[in-house]
Write a protein that binds this ligand. Sequence first.
Ligand SMILES: [Zn+2]
Ligand SMILES: [Zn+2]
Length: 106
Amino acid sequence: MTCDVCGGEFTPADEDQRRCSDECLEFVRAHKHARRKTLANLWKLHVRYTRPCPSGKVRHQKKRDAEQAARVAVRLRYDPVPDWLRIYECPACHGWHLTSKPGRET
Ligand SMILES: [Zn+2]
Ligand SMILES: [Zn+2]
């Protein structure tokens, strides 16, 4: 059975159960006017804003927030060369992270 909220596979306790967890059920209740497809998109956003990144890094929701954090970090380090710090969009959580590893410019 595929949960129609998060898209995860689960074994329903009874045949009417269509959501894998109480969290998904609550989510449906909170968005009961949303269409099924919209619901899946809303869920993705919900996860993005509430779940920590699997990489364990601090996540910034917006690129601007990451840039601000990078500026602060550069200032704290008194480093005249700000190139050591880079921001990138995370493929895992779709937020923004800072990294000191060199990488390709995007
Ligand atoms: Zn679910
Ligand atoms: Zn991430």
